[in-house]
Ligand binder design. Structure first.
Ligand code: NDP
Ligand code: 2IT
Length: 449
């Protein structure tokens, strides 16, 4: 779909002209601007004062060097980032990604998405993201610790419990957050709040680990009930990835009665027609840091296939891409649709390419963008911040109940916004519009900045 409105088109062209190499960032901006066509007609005042030009420019983007010494005594140098994208509705909040593919474009696209996602949670959190091209794969624990300490030594200058609160993302889990937190504490002599996803013994929240995956399924459940009068019971489900998001999405899907038949990592996928044994994948991925191929060696009746992409050829009712950006393209979408998929809900950030998204929307299946359906992670990070400020810990039931309420309310806000702007059932437009309205009015109320 082309951008019809001249202002929207000009803003997009400027973004491309300023940073021609930032393809992922351009993709994220284009998708969001597309949704604003009906908003700009209905409420032009919201777009005054160069609002969009400001919205697409990060308030701050820090790029820094991280030097550390590996186990052989060799000095390694990585590039790292913290992008403080938008603070209109609260302090910057968003994860850290450690993966060799990390660059300015990836960090900016993730930070941009985070603005709308955080707004949708209903909590006062602005958008941010950070990370490094450091690859934790194949590194010893001590190397990861040295890297994390060196990373935090620099990043500690820019963050704080009330200004910018990082968390995990790809390659950053409990182990990395622990090392990062320890270093922040030593440097700043401050003891809680600055990171979320912390260990339960030092200020972490129950259910944060499970929150993105569980939240995704709470969202899917509500979407299926409202839009299809359906449940997850007996639904054949394919989930890409086998990291934090994918594991707990699989666990909750099974609790809701679905049959998860496939999961993947970056090398390949497993197919288990009897239903994936999530506890085995957890042991392989969370404890042993092994490849998913090992699952097929351990579980009779399952198969391993090289190449993660072909996972979308497996016939299923529900597909949940939970690995990484642009992992499901137009061809994959065609295969899913041909096999009768009824819902594709994003657990990862921007896993579906624009061609795939267009195909799903054209067929009017239930399709939800990551910024709505994976918001349970950052929402529960918000709940962790609440508990840290109160100096208390809520029970798992309390956190889980709040997470469910938040995901149900995100679904309805998104669904209602799409309807109000004449695009009923288009959750992409609904998420962008509902997330945007609050941020835009906050930016207008606070004057030009
Ligand atoms: P993890 O590092 O725990 O797991 C990532 C998974 O995705 C692994 O199975 C990994 O395989 C696979 N993967 C990573 N990169 C690629 C790639 N280039 N091609 C194919 N597969 C790949 O990360 P998370 O589960 O935390 O994050 C997954 C997605 O969810 C990301 O898009 C992230 O931004 C998003 N997200 C995460 C949240 C969180 O709270 N953690 C919250 C909301 C969204 P391998 O092990 O082989 O690399
Ligand atoms: O993409 C995301 O929302 C996350 N990686 C989680 C961010 C957070 O601050 O919990």
């Amino acid at each position: 779909m082309a951008l019809e409105n001249r202002y929207l088109r000009e803003v997009y062209e400027q973004v491309c002209k300023k940073d021609p190499d930032q393809k992922e960032f351009q993709q994220a901006v284009y998708e969001v601007l597309q949704s604003f066509e009906p908003v700009i007609v209905k409420t032009p005042a919201l777009f005054e004062n160069g609002l969009l030009e400001r919205l697409v420019e990060p308030e701050r983007l820090v790029t820094f060097r991280v030097a550390w010494v590996d186990d052989r005594g060799k000095t390694q140098v990585n590039r790292a980032f913290r992008c403080q994208f938008n603070s209109a509705i609260g302090p910057y909040k968003g994860g850290l990604r450690f993966h060799p593919s990390v660059n300015t474009s990836i960090i900016k696209f993730l930070g941009f998405e985070q603005i709308f996602k955080n707004s949708l949670t209903g909590l006062p959190m602005g958008g941010g993201k950070g990370g490094s091209d450091f690859d934790p794969k194949g590194k010893s624990d001590v190397e990861v610790m040295r890297f994390a300490q060196a990373f935090m030594t620099e990043m500690s200058k820019y963050i704080g419990a009330d200004t910018d609160i990082p968390a995990g993302d790809i390659g950053v889990g409990a182990r990395e957050i622990g090392y990062l937190f320890g270093q922040y504490k030593r440097i700043r002599n401050e003891f809680t709040g600055v990171l979320t996803g912390k260990g339960l013994a030092f200020g972490g929240s129950l259910v944060r680990k499970e929150a993105t995956g569980y939240g995704l399924l709470y969202f899917v459940q509500e979407a299926l009930a409202t839009m299809r009068n359906e449940t997850m019971k007996d639904k054949i489900t394919v989930i890409s990835g086998s990291g934090n998001v994918a594991l707990y999405a699989a666990e909750k899907a099974q609790q809701l009665g679905a049959r998860v038949v496939a999961m993947s990592d970056s090398a390949g996928f497993i197919y288990d027609p009897n239903g994936v044994r999530v506890e085995v994948v957890k042991q392989l991925k969370e404890v042993e840091r092994a490849r998913i191929s090992k699952y097929a060696e351990l579980v009779p009746g399952s198969e391993y296939h090289e190449g993660c992409r072909r996972i979308w050829q497996i016939p299923c009712d529900v597909a949940l891409p939970c690995a990484t950006q642009n992992e499901l393209d137009g061809e994959d979408a065609k295969a899913l649709l041909k096999n009768g998929v009824i819902a594709v809900c994003e657990g990862a950030n921007m896993p579906c390419t624009p061609e795939a998204v267009d195909a799903f929307l054209a067929e009017k299946i239930v399709f939800s963008p990551g910024k709505a359906s994976n918001a349970g992670g950052v929402a529960t990070s918000g709940l962790e911040m609440c508990q840290n400020s109160e100096r208390c810990c809520w029970t798992a039931e309390e956190v889980d109940t709040r997470l469910q309420q938040i995901m149900i309310s995100i679904f309805h806000n998104v669904f209602d916004a799409a309807k109000e702007y004449g695009m009923e059932g288009n959750l992409v437009a609904g998420a962008n519009i509902a997330g945007f309205l609050k941020v835009a009015s906050a930016m207008q109320a606070q004057g030009i900045f």
